[in-house]
Ligand binder design. Structure first.
Ligand code: SF4
Ligand code: SF4
Length: 468
């Protein structure tokens, strides 16, 4: 008798990504909404305005990659100053750790570009298509000339803002007035067009479509910031003790007599949430800390004549033990916060000191290896060096160069070297020493470059003088 083959086990395929319904955040007004918009205005005025600010006849902030120079107001940084950029990144990371430990997702909720541009794009969307119910109705409706006109207008506005953002961003790397002139003359270079479209496209895609998906699935900061949270970190939280049991009731009803808490279960806190979560389910990774649910719930509490703050800023400790703002503020001074603050302040102070005392002159001295040490007329020994002088200031300078360290050491036919503002000059030095000044081999010498008009601008470099 032949055996029937064993039945194949079917393993269900698990999708790696669960599609979620589109979020239609309802607009909200209130204290935190005003703060959010205040910061939208502030960050955008700075971002769009800064590249147009003139400074000493040039752009105040310009990261000129082609000329390998970064201009930050009076400060001119060169590739040799990359350390300052590295320190700036470390300081930013420390500031983020510090603010996250104290105030949770303050950055995400108020100043992160993703939040700011989503807020602006949502405002444009509301301007064209209306608030949440109208937008939901429009999306559910079949295509019609009216729907097409609204969608075209919205995408037109989004596209224009995205392109302006891309243009401004490129204006931090290419002089923006040149960029504007080239744009007006339709003479933009290929790379400029590419980067404007790239950054414009990123803004359009992130703020128009990805929105909360960026915070939930892509942003690395959202993933690891919970490591920096503790029981005393400021979070946005629903007061379960006060709000539950939830239920609808009339405005005049006594909730206690009905066995209810203060939450009327209206769901408005969920409708205003840009990530579509219910804060009443507890602290969630998806919560970006925008405080829209606080404003929404406070309005409901006002209408019901209940005290505000059913959803509020608090900490896990304060929610468990109770405690006023004074207790929350006191617990901000805990070891982790003090350590972050101390490291941040020490590094910031050291950087400020280093920048304040920075000499605007860079000297790069190298022995010319193509020319051997040789005896010249008069019996002196000559070594040839190549020196590169970078004037890291905004004024032209003339430098005197002297050498010392060996008996009779001098530079043959040494003339002051003129270097224009923010420029580099290379010159050759024929350095000579008396024949018996030292034994054979490499001998240490010093070469000093000093500004003729300002002796405080002086750099000494060490080198090896070769005696045959
Ligand atoms: S739960 Fe509240 S604070 Fe968190 S993202 Fe939603 S609306 Fe913003
Ligand atoms: S807005 Fe306030 S009252 Fe309404 S469901 Fe949310 S927590 Fe409850």
């Amino acid at each position: 008798m032949s055996k029937s083959p064993p039945a194949q086990r079917v393993i269900p395929i698990q999708p790696l990504f669960a599609a979620e319904p589109k979020v239609y955040p309802r607009s909200v007004s209130g204290l935190f909404q005003r703060w959010r918009w205040g910061l939208v205005w502030f960050t955008q005025i700075v971002f769009y305005g800064l590249p147009w600010l003139p400074w000493n006849g040039r752009q105040a902030v310009l990261f000129d990659l082609e000329a390998r120079r970064f201009y930050l107001f009076d400060l001119v940084l060169y590739p040799q100053d990359t350390i300052y950029l590295a320190i700036l990144l470390v300081l930013s990371a420390l500031a983020l750790f510090l603010f996250t430990a104290v105030a949770g997702r303050l950055w995400c909720g108020y100043t992160c570009p993703q939040t700011v541009y989503t807020e602006i794009f949502l405002w444009l969307e509301k301007l064209v298509e209306g608030d949440r119910p109208q937008r939901m109705k429009l999306d559910a409706a079949p295509w019609s000339p009216h729907k097409l006109a609204l969608k075209t207008a919205k995408h037109g506005l989004w596209g224009a803002l995205a392109l302006w953002t891309g243009f401004t961003f490129v204006g931090y790397f290419t002089p923006i007035d040149e960029l504007a002139r080239d744009t007006a003359a339709l003479a933009l270079g290929g790379w400029s067009i590419f980067w404007i479209l790239f950054y414009g496209g990123a803004t359009y895609g992130n703020a128009g479509f990805l929105r909360e998906q960026m915070c939930k699935y892509i942003c690395p900061y959202a993933r690891f910031q919970f490591v920096m949270f503790d029981a005393d970190t400021l979070i946005i939280t629903y007061d379960e003790k006060r709000g539950d049991p939830r239920g609808s009731r009339s405005r005049n009803a006594d909730p206690r007599a009905k066995g209810l808490g203060d939450c009327v279960d209206c769901g408005i806190c969920v409708q205003v949430c840009p990530t579509g979560i219910d804060i009443r389910d507890g602290l969630q990774a998806e919560c970006i800390g925008c405080a829209a649910c606080i404003d929404a719930c406070d309005q409901v509490m006002d209408k019901m004549s209940y005290p505000r703050g059913l959803i509020r800023y608090s900490t896990e400790t304060a929610m468990k033990q109770g405690g006023a703002w004074a207790a929350i503020a006191r617990r901000s001074f805990r070891p982790r916060v003090l350590i972050y603050s101390a490291v941040f302040l020490a590094l910031a102070a050291a950087t400020a000191w280093s920048l304040a005392t920075r000499v605007p002159l860079k000297v790069n001295l190298e022995r010319d290896r193509t020319v051997l040490a040789r005896e010249v007329a008069g019996g002196e020994i000559e070594n040839v060096f190549r020196v590169q002088l970078t004037n890291a200031s905004e004024t032209p300078r003339r430098y005197a160069i002297v050498a010392d360290g060996l008996a009779g050491l001098r530079i043959e036919a040494s003339e002051p070297v003129a270097v224009p503002a923010a420029a580099t000059e290379i010159t050759t030095l024929q350095i000579r020493a008396e024949a018996g000044a030292a034994g054979p081999g490499a001998q240490p010498i010093r070469v000093t470059v000093t500004d003729l008009a300002d002796p405080s601008v002086s750099v000494t470099e060490e080198a090896k003088f070769w005696m045959p």
